[in-house]
Design a protein. Structure first.
Length: 74
């Protein structure tokens, strides 16, 4: 359920943090668990940035574009 293995868990962690931060019926403001939502948002943003950079850098690799090297070793 954490954000480290993958980005999809970050959305679930955000929702869980908002829910758990006001779990008490008497709550008028969120408790300290709301910080989990900020951490999950930060991890999501960094993960998407790394994903975008990886996609852009991978597109410039001529071996991936032409498929060269895929038949080596046969």
């Amino acid at each position: 359920m954490g954000c480290a293995p993958g980005l999809p868990g970050c959305g679930d962690t955000d929702a869980l943090a908002f829910f758990l931060s006001v779990l008490s019926p008497e709550a008028t403001e969120p408790n300290a668990l709301i910080n989990l939502a900020f951490v999950a948002g930060l991890v999501l943003a960094v993960g998407l940035l790394v994903l975008g950079v990886g996609l852009i850098r991978g597109r410039n690799d001529p071996e991936q574009l032409t498929g060269a090297g895929a038949t080596e070793g046969r």
